[in-house]
Design a protein around this ligand. Structure first.
Ligand SMILES: *[C@@H]1O[C@H](CO)[C@@H](O)[C@H](O)[C@H]1NC(C)=O
Ligand SMILES: *[C@@H]1O[C@H](CO)[C@@H](O)[C@H](O)[C@H]1NC(C)=O
Ligand SMILES: *[C@@H]1O[C@H](CO)[C@@H](O)[C@H](O)[C@H]1NC(C)=O
Ligand SMILES: *[C@@H]1O[C@H](CO)[C@@H](O)[C@H](O)[C@H]1NC(C)=O
Length: 275
């Protein structure tokens, strides 16, 4: 009885015999196979590598593919085919002495630009950053530079024609008024030796006669910058101070020869900077 039962089942599945190479000759029904129902994967040849995505630089990739198919067996009809894809970097190099970096080439400064430093520069470089302002307040100047670049195949003999304009640019900076504060000490006679020995600056060519405060302000600023604490204005627009000025400013006595916060000829209107 038992052998007959096995035969019946075997007939029912005989079209779907084990198909792995090991078991191909065993003639055993599928449900007795030792391997999974689908045959092992079969892979086609790889296609050739396709074109690199970039001719140079640090971003190039290329790929190739192959088909991985799984022939049906043991009655399974749903074996899925797969596409396998493989990537590799390619053309990873820099031109013109560039250094490979993470995402792009680091190009030699000024001479070349581009992802792979492939483009030579001919003409002005970018402006450099603005330099330090000559004053911290009360309107100073600062400058920035650029250079004419002619990288091979050009040479510097062409700079004259391809780099018009200046290589140096200046602009005003810190134009806000200084906040130097000062107190008035009064009007004093000058003499010999001078009670304020150093002429810091003369504003005589640039006096706003409607507002003498501007001269006093500017003088205070200069005196402060030079480290003096006492200063005076003489002859409407001359800014005087000096070492020891805080002791000598009144040595020739008081004067009435001042006007609008400044001294006239021969007198100083003297101020003391607040600390
Ligand atoms: C899987 O690939 C094989 C070989 O190219 C092909 O004969 C079969 O029809 C494919 N099967 C499916 C489900 O696409
Ligand atoms: C620079 O280039 C000019 C024209 O391209 C050429 O006449 C000249 O000889 C070159 N000078 C040098 C030093 O290579
Ligand atoms: C005079 O100049 C000072 C400093 O520039 C300014 O603060 C002030 O407002 C001016 N006064 C007048 C009346 O214009
Ligand atoms: C005068 O100023 C100097 C520094 O410039 C200081 O050492 C000295 O104490 C001051 N003298 C007076 C009387 O304020």
């Amino acid at each position: 009885m038992v052998p007959l039962q096995i035969l019946t089942i075997s007939l029912a599945v005989q079209l779907y015999l084990c198909e792995s190479s090991i078991e191909a000759n065993s003639q055993r029904p599928c449900w007795m196979c030792d391997v999974p129902h689908c045959k092992q994967c079969v892979a086609s040849e790889w296609t050739p590598w396709n074109q690199c995505s970039s001719p140079c630089g640090m971003n190039g990739y290329q790929s190739r593919t192959r088909l991985v198919y799984r022939p049906p067996s043991c009655g399974e009809k749903s074996c899925r085919n797969l596409t396998a894809k493989e990537w590799r970097p390619c053309n990873r190099f820099c031109h013109n002495g560039g250094t490979p970096a993470r995402w792009a080439c680091t190009c030699p400064p000024l001479n070349y630009i581009g992802d792979c430093c492939e483009t030579a520069i001919l003409g002005w470089s970018m402006w450099g950053i603005w330099g330090q302002c000559s004053k911290s307040c009360g309107s100073g100047v600062q400058e920035r530079m650029r250079v004419c670049v002619a990288s091979p195949p050009f040479n510097s003999s062409v700079c004259g024609s391809v780099c018009p304009g200046p290589s140096l640019e200046t602009r005003d900076c810190n134009t806000h008024l200084c906040t130097v504060k000062y107190d008035s000490l009064g009007c004093f006679r000058d003499g010999s030796p001078r009670s304020l020995p150093v002429l810091l600056k003369s504003f005589r060519n640039n006096i706003d006669w409607n507002n003498m405060t501007k001269v006093v302000h500017a003088c205070a600023e200069i005196a402060h910058e030079r480290g003096f604490s006492t200063f005076g204005i003489q002859f409407y627009g001359e800014c005087w101070s000096g070492l020891g000025a805080n002791k000598t400013y009144d040595k020739h006595g008081p004067s009435k020869n001042c006007w609008s916060g400044v001294g006239k000829k021969g007198s100083n209107y003297v101020y003391k900077i607040k600390v």
